[in-house]
Write a protein that binds this ligand. Structure first.
Ligand code: FAD
Length: 549
């Protein structure tokens, strides 16, 4: 099988043009092309008047070796035709069930049922190792009710909300499923394949920028749970881990203690608690687990009419179903030395209340698969640095986040409404007293105000500089009535829990820090990939195999 990349065709090309392009690229006759499939499809809209679709295809051709040799001879430096890589995943051990049947076997524990935790549990269960998954929040349907209670009635349930509960932080999200991380083992593909098996739309396998949307994510995580249970794993909800049992002297993990005092023994604990498990971070710090402060970012959510973004990105092709609702990615280096960038952009979506603690306001974004809501939203965030903006201490970033989230709560009116400001007012340095044509989607509602009361000065300064700059790239971006809602603080984990080459904490053997909370992922896909990696690491240790090369 050959993989051809960068096959560029006009947006309105007829279906047979792709086949023709493959044969032309390979200089073969039509009957030498046995079959092909699209591996990825993206688009290049840099020239709005000539938007092109960009394909990566896998194809089987007659006399493959000869075709490839001829191509390489004709194009010695070109890398756009290669042997298609093997993307299959192989479990590190085949005799897990046998190991799990031995007397004294202690099953591995996975803490957290987000994408990292459920992918780790799925792989461990498939290997026959019968993992136990402990999740502080509720099963996803019950969790949905609690999450909506904040959005509709201003009632927060601290243990069951946008951040906590089955499916993890990204359950009520846009469900974007791409990542910039290097992936030589195609673990991202493995995650996507598992998602499709569990009911995600098949196009996530072929679109360059796939997304699932909230509604489908909810049923997908339920399917994954049934799959894990069918393979011998177990889920326990409302089971918050509040302590580690450590062997005196060696600090080797012997199990965990739950909030109700129950002790569950295990020698292998994958800790996939996400970036909002602040009490868990404090517990780990108290128990001496090595942790480090890490940079993260903060800012606001900004909303524009989706039609403004579509037109700015696609010109007259706006609305074309192959392009969908337009996305964007923006970056600016501000004069005060801070990077400003768009974060978690959600086309045709809504801004959501994403706090997990009382008396705080946090924004984020979500959408449905259709991305059909009126507004586009995105985080616009500014880099923060430990040692400069807050002390270089593992928990100082959490304290910093809390401070600004509380300020936002106060600025919003103290009832979970969020502070909001028109872009025109923000740039002019005056508070908003009302909003204009862009209707903010945040629920339970917003309070027009001055966002500079709940953002550090250097963030305000960097945002004021970045918005006009972004407007030059995306016409209309700094429109007077665009709405900014604050504050966006949970962009990534404010700390890292370092691990060694076996995947275990550098000073607490048996503890496998994983996913976004430990600083090893940023987003659903990379969290799922890290879950697979940690399941492999645990399986190898249980079987007495050396760490993966
Ligand atoms: P999490 O998903 O945070 O899961 C951690 C789990 O651990 C939670 O369920 C939590 O309840 C549980 N837990 C925490 N502490 C304990 C404890 N002590 N005991 C037991 N259980 C515990 N990413 C994207 O890639 N695309 C998007 O479109 C996207 N949109 C987002 C929208 C929103 C509203 C939010 C909040 C996030 C979004 N993200 C998105 C980010 C994404 O959700 C995270 O990167 C991802 O979920 C991280 O996965 P994780 O498994 O590492 O952690």
């Amino acid at each position: 099988m050959l993989r051809l990349t960068e096959l560029r065709l006009p947006l309105d090309h007829p279906p047979e043009a792709l086949e023709h392009a493959i044969c032309t690229r390979l200089a073969i006759a039509r009957d030498a092309l046995e079959h092909f499939s699209v591996y990825k499809r993206g688009h290049d809209a840099r020239r709005r008047s000539a938007i092109v679709l960009v394909y990566t295809v896998d194809c089987a051709v007659r006399d493959e070796a000869a075709v490839l040799a001829r191509y390489r001879q004709a194009h010695p430096r070109d890398t756009h035709v290669q042997i298609a890589p093997d993307m299959s995943w192989t479990a590190p051990l085949a005799h897990g069930a046998e190991l799990a049947a031995r007397p004294g076997y202690r099953r591995p524990i996975v803490v957290g049922a987000g994408p990292c935790g459920f992918m780790a549990a799925l792989m461990l269960a498939r290997m026959g190792l019968r993992p136990l998954l402990l999740e502080r929040g509720k099963a996803v349907r019950e969790r949905t009710v609690d999450t909506f209670a904040l959005w509709r009635r201003s009632v927060l349930t601290p243990e069951s909300n946008v951040q906590f509960g089955e499916g993890g932080a990204g359950t009520f999200s846009d469900g974007k499923l791409y990542s910039q991380v290097r992936d030589p083992r195609f673990l991202g593909r493995k995650v996507l394949e598992e998602f499709v098996k569990a009911g995600a739309p098949e196009d996530i396998l072929t679109l360059a920028h796939p997304h699932i949307g909230t509604f489908r994510l909810v049923s997908m995580v339920e399917h994954i749970r049934s799959e894990i249970e069918a393979a011998g794993g177990e889920y326990r909800f409302q089971s918050r881990v509040e302590g580690l049992l450590l062997e005196p002297g060696t600090r080797r993990v012997q199990g965990v203690r739950l909030a109700d005092g129950e002790v569950v023994e295990s020698g292998h604990v994958i800790l996939a608690v996400g970036h909002s498990a602040r009490d868990t971070f404090a517990m780990l710090n108290e128990q001496g687990v090595t942790m480090q402060a890490k940079p993260f970012s903060m800012g606001v959510r900004i909303e524009h009419p989706q039609s403004v973004i579509d037109t700015a990105q696609f010109g007259s092709a706006a609305g074309n179903s192959l392009l969908g609702a337009a996305e964007y990615r923006l970056v600016h280096h501000a004069a005060n030395g801070r990077g400003v960038y768009s974060f978690c952009m959600c086309p045709g979506g809504t801004v959501v209340a994403a706090t997990s603690e009382e008396g705080q306001v946090v924004t984020n974004g979500m959408s449905q698969y259709s991305r059909a809501e009126r507004n586009a939203n995105s985080g616009i965030v500014v880099e923060l640095r430990p040692g400069e903006d807050y002390p270089d201490d593992p928990l100082a970033g959490v304290a910093f986040q809390r401070h600004w989230e509380k300020q936002a709560f106060v600025a919003g009116g103290g009832d979970y409404r969020a502070p909001a400001q028109r872009v025109g007012d923000f740039l002019a340095g005056r508070p908003s007293v009302s909003l204009g044509d862009v209707v903010p989607s945040y629920r339970p509602g917003v309070t027009p105000t001055d966002l500079s009361t709940c953002l550090p000065d250097f963030v305000v300064e960097a945002l004021r500089e970045a918005l006009p700059h972004f407007d030059r790239k995306l016409k209309g971006y700094a429109m007077e009535d665009a709405v900014m809602t604050g504050v966006e603080t949970r962009t990534s984990s404010p700390l890292r829990i370092p691990r060694g080459e076996t995947g275990q904490s550098v000073n607490t053997p048996g503890l496998y820090p994983a996913g976004e909370g430990a600083g090893y992922a940023g987003g659903i896909l990379s969290a799922g990939m890290d879950g697979i990696r940690m399941a492999e690491a645990v399986a190898r240790d249980i079987a007495g195999l050396p760490p993966a090369p």
